[in-house]
Ligand binder design. Structure first.
Ligand SMILES: Cc1cc2nc3c(=O)[nH]c(=O)nc-3n(C[C@H](O)[C@H](O)[C@H](O)COP(=O)(O)O)c2cc1C
Length: 384
């Protein structure tokens, strides 16, 4: 007697046939679908492929690179899975207030635009500033970016002050001139980035640069070639922080802090705040997520100054977890950089709108009406 065909086997064969068929490849629901405009985006991660498509290899390499094996980029994302949400039910969440206060200014959400030296858009920081204005979002202007888009121009596009990120020069007089200039422009907060003073090794950027056949010097006025990392000859110390503080009325934040010892030294040296950051996995290949560094920093700072954090924030739940661990606000880097590279101002606007919607949703699901209600008891450390 002939055997009847196994229905599971038949279904598997049919699916296998479908997967290999050109018809299947043309269907819009395949995993590698690339959004064509911001309105199509379901989440901020979808802007990554759009930016990759829009940019030539060298630029994409610089935007996406981490250091060495990019392990710290991956750690930043994986770190969020170490924390889980404690949901709450049957809470009336008609009114949810996501606002935070940062140095006397109220912002509608705790989501901040991290500084970038390069924005891969002709209008650079001004394109981002226009989105920051419509989305009522705090923008930190990268000091390197300010060389092409002056702070006055960016503040005009923003319709209000932006914070300024400083790479202090080894020549203190030059640094102090910049600080004075920025202060006179009306900037309220200076963010001093300290995490690449020791040098860094951006390998993905080097690899993708090799694939780019264009002549860099036809657009850049100096050779932007990323070279193998060398140890930096740094002379800047905690004394530099004290000198910066003495030289300005602006608030001074230190960006790039990961260890509690350094956080404590920030407080002792007069910093007004710290940003827990590993430069988006672009400084030291520590392998450690910033979300995992945050609790130790919060513990030692003991509420004396605000602690912000960045690195791998892609979801409203990520924002919630960081706030539950004690961060005052969080910064996003690549998501808005993908947005501006692919679609200009509307790209950044949509990235911010999506994160705001997701954060609002998770606050509702966890029964929170305000940021103050998000506490360590709102999450559990996985495995505990
Ligand atoms: C292309 C690129 C350029 C950056 N340039 C700067 C910079 O000039 N100054 C700075 O302090 N941080 C810079 N950063 C780091 C960001 O401010 C931020 O710390 C990081 O992007 C956060 O991680 P995320 O990209 O995973 O969100 C840069 C990051 C990227 C991806």
């Amino acid at each position: 007697m002939s055997k009847l065909p196994d229905p599971d086997q038949t279904r598997r064969s049919f699916l296998k046939f479908l997967a290999g068929s050109p018809l299947f490849a043309a269907m819009p629901f395949q995993d590698d679908y690339v959004i064509k405009n911001p309105a199509e985006a379901i989440n901020v991660l979808e802007f990554e492929a759009a930016a990759r498509k829009a940019l030539p290899p060298a630029h994409w390499g610089y935007l996406s690179t981490g250091t060495d094996d990019d392990a710290t980029i991956r750690a930043n994302r994986e770190g969020f899975s170490h924390y889980q949400l404690r949901t709450r039910r049957l809470v009336n969440t008609t009114n949810i207030d996501m606002s935070v206060d940062l140095f006397g200014t109220k912002w509608e959400t705790p989501i901040v635009l991290a500084p970038s030296g390069t924005l891969f858009h002709p209008e650079g920081a001004t394109a981002v500033a226009r989105a920051a204005q419509t989305q009522k979002t705090l923008q930190i202007l990268g000091g390197v970016q300010e060389q092409t888009h002056h702070i006055d121009e960016v503040m005009k596009a923003r319709g209000g002050p932006v914070w300024y990120q400083l790479y202090a020069s080894q020549n203190m007089d030059m640094t102090l001139q910049t600080v004075k200039r920025i202060e006179s422009a009306g900037c309220p907060v200076l963010v001093w980035t300290v995490d690449i003073l020791g040098g860094r090794n951006l390998e993905t950027a080097q690899r993708l640069r090799r694939l780019d056949t264009r002549q860099c010097m036809s657009c850049h006025d100096r050779d932007p070639q990323v070279r193998p990392g060398q140890a930096g000859r740094n002379t800047l110390t905690w004394d530099t922080l004290r000198r910066l503080k003495d030289a300005t009325r602006m608030k001074v934040l230190v960006k790039g802090i990961e260890s509690p010892e350094d956080a404590d030294l920030c407080v002792q040296s007069g910093a007004d705040g710290v940003i827990v950051s590993n430069h988006g996995g672009r400084s030291t290949e520590s392998g450690r997520a910033t979300i995992d560094s945050l609790p130790e920093v919060i513990q030692v700072v003991r509420n004396r100054i605000p602690v912000l954090v960045d690195g791998g924030f892609r979801r409203g739940t990520d924002v919630f977890k960081a706030l539950a661990l004690g961060a005052r606000a969080i910064c996003i880097g690549r998501p808005y950089m993908w947005g501006v590279a692919a679609f200009g101002t509307p790209g950044v606007e949509t990235v911010l709108a999506i994160l705001r919607r997701e954060f609002n949703l998770v606050m509702a699901q966890c029964g929170k009406h305000s940021i103050a209600e998000i506490t360590p008891a709102s999450i559990v450390h996985a495995g505990r």
